[in-house]
Design a protein. Structure first.
Length: 58
């Protein structure tokens, strides 16, 4: 019977390994606004956020 290589999906493949702290630092991320890629326009976004605040306030 042939054994699965350690790269196969499942236990031992890294699928269940925990991420190490600090492996992905926020300082490495580049954040840039690209309005042309927005799905929801800014006016609607602001109205929804205002409504959410009103609902939370009760």
């Amino acid at each position: 019977m042939a054994r699965r290589p350690s790269t196969a999906t499942g236990i031992g493949s890294g699928m269940f390994r925990r991420k190490r702290p600090g492996a992905s630092s926020a300082a490495l991320h580049v954040i840039q606004e690209v309005p042309s890629l927005r799905i929801v326009d800014d006016a609607l976004w602001q109205r929804v956020k205002m409504r959410q605040e009103n609902l939370r306030a009760g």
